[in-house]
Design a protein around this ligand. Structure first.
Ligand code: ADP
Ligand code: GLC
Length: 485
């Protein structure tokens, strides 16, 4: 019998055990899709305090000792709701620090970030080399973002190491630390070169991953092109242009069970494309939950996400008062930059009954906003893939987006032609400025007032196939190509 392909999948977040954004969703669902296609995939992630609290069952796997991190153990469990094996690193740096894995409550990066993710990479290195006594050696190592970038740089010089692939979920986060940190963490001195971890005199974990990877994937075809330009390349565009033959864009999928309006336990009223009246009931429920005027005529704009520069929220604040001269309401959930949080909280105070902003992280509420809103706003400056617009498409909530990255690859602007072709599913700003946001809201409102067209737009989105199957197949193809080299 043919041996299954063995893949070590390294990630700093895996939904539902840890998630700050889309990386958690992808690491929770892509491995399941790989497994469904016969891949023996095992995930390694840190055993954060909040992760250990959520675990129902696990078993100790082995004790380890690694300089300069001391002793710790590995735990074996499975991704909840699936059969995907998950290895957790139980070290006090993870298990004794609750909350967000990257930033403390003050919004600043944890002071031991470099230590934590070097440990993650070192443990994966040992597993990849079959030196962790797990009796399992992967054929391929799949790293994700800067937190596991070092892993591929550590493996690259070793002829016994399996080939590696890195997926870039967001190029702007690179994990940059000084040379003293590199030395303190006892990383091999031969990695301190521009072909290893060094970038302009600093240690750059994402660059290390790109250098060590046989293939560099990113999460949409458009973003794969964009990151090779100066405007979107975050200082690594030269390197990515140099590697252009190895850069591949594979669009993310979504978890079709987790995000299904017909059986979503977070929704008061399930619905599907044939029963859109259920969606209206969710709108009323959301208006109630958010103290918004119960107004069917008002077009309810939803927003969910990290409040960071990437998402273009400052532009929304800039036009919000003008936008609210139109018959619209705004329902928003997010947290992040304190200035943006304060800006949106002040906007809510100025427009009672029309704007509600909830600062925080709440998964059920994210589902209810996707379901209860009429349209979903994502004016991102850049967006590697974006999952929220796919969720909103599935929930009959046409997205209004800036046409970059994955937004460009998933949203089709509504025009007479695209409506006739049965393709229109949202509204796409071709450039991004405050005026463009007002334009998109105005366009959406025009169509919102024409129920027949509106339902066509909703249904086009709801029928799209964003399942992981096709994308998982593309990853498997790349794994096989990497093995052939
Ligand atoms: P990014 O990864 O850049 O944050 P994505 O659109 O790819 O953007 O994914 C964001 C994911 O995180 C979605 O699943 C979204 O619902 C979730 N999310 C973001 N902020 C919150 C929040 N405040 N509460 C609940 N879920 C959130
Ligand atoms: C990142 C990106 C987002 C993408 C997600 C999952 O956080 O910002 O666009 O959808 O990763 O790949």
């Amino acid at each position: 019998m043919k041996q299954p392909l063995k893949v070590l999948f390294a990630s700093s977040e895996v939904h539902p055990l840890m998630k700050t954004g889309g990386l958690g969703d992808v690491s929770g669902s892509l491995p399941q899709a790989l497994r469904a296609q016969g891949v023996d995939v095992r995930i390694v992630m840190p055993g954060y305090a909040d992760t250990l609290k959520k675990l129902r069952a696990w078993r100790p796997m082995c004790e380890m000792r690694l300089a300069p991190f001391g002793e710790f153990q590995l735990l074996a469990t499975q991704v909840p709701g699936s059969k995907v094996p998950l290895i957790l690193i139980d070290h006090p740096m993870f298990s004794e620090q609750p909350g967000n894995p990257y930033n403390g409550p003050d919004g600043h990066a944890w002071p031991d970030s470099a230590d934590r993710f070097t440990l993650l990479s070192r443990v994966c290195e040992l597993i990849a080399l079959d030196e962790a006594v797990l009796d399992w050696q992967p054929d391929i190592v799949h790293a994700n973002d800067w937190q596991t970038g070092l892993l591929l740089a550590l493996l690259a010089p070793n002829p016994k190491a399996p080939p590696g692939l890195i997926t870039i979920h967001n190029l702007v986060y690179q994990g940059v630390f000084d040379r003293g940190t590199f030395e303190r963490l006892q990383l091999p001195a031969n990695l301190w070169t521009p072909d290893g971890v060094e970038h302009w005199g600093e240690m750059n974990c994402l660059k290390a991953g790109i250098n060590g990877a046989r293939f560099i994937t990113t999460v949409s075809p458009s973003y794969a092109r964009e990151i090779q330009t100066h405007a979107f390349g975050a200082g690594l565009d030269g390197l990515l242009r140099h590697r252009h033959k190895d850069v591949v864009g594979i669009l993310n999928g979504i978890d079709p069970q987790e995000w299904d309006p017909a059986c979503d336990p977070a929704l008061p009223h399930p619905f599907d494309a044939k029963h859109l009246d259920g969606k209206l009931a969710n709108k009323h429920a959301l208006q109630q939950e958010f103290d918004l005027d119960i107004d069917e005529e008002a077009m309810l704009i939803g927003m969910v996400g990290r409040m960071v520069d990437q998402k273009g929220l400052d532009l929304v604040l800039h036009v919000a008062d003008a936008m609210l001269k139109m018959p619209v309401q705004l329902a928003m959930l997010g947290s992040g930059d304190p200035a943006l949080e304060a800006g949106f909280t002040a906007l809510m105070a100025r427009h009672p009954g029309r704007v509600h902003v909830r600062i925080g992280y709440n998964e059920g509420l994210a589902h209810r906003i996707e379901a209860g809103s009429d349209v979903f706003l994502m004016p991102s400056r850049f967006e590697p893939c974006g999952l929220n617009q796919m969720y909103s498409l599935r929930y009959g909530t046409p997205p209004m987006v800036h046409g970059v990255g994955g937004l460009n690859d998933t949203v089709v602007d509504t025009t007479k032609e695209s409506l006739k072709d049965g393709k229109a599913n949202g509204f796409v700003m071709r450039h991004l400025d405050p005026g463009a946001i007002l334009w998109a809201v105005g366009e959406a409102l025009n169509y919102f007032r024409k129920p027949r067209d509106w339902q066509d737009i909703q249904k086009n989105g709801m029928q799209a196939d964003f399942s992981w199957e096709v994308s998982a197949r593309k990853y498997i193809e790349l794994y096989r190509r990497a093995l052939k080299d």
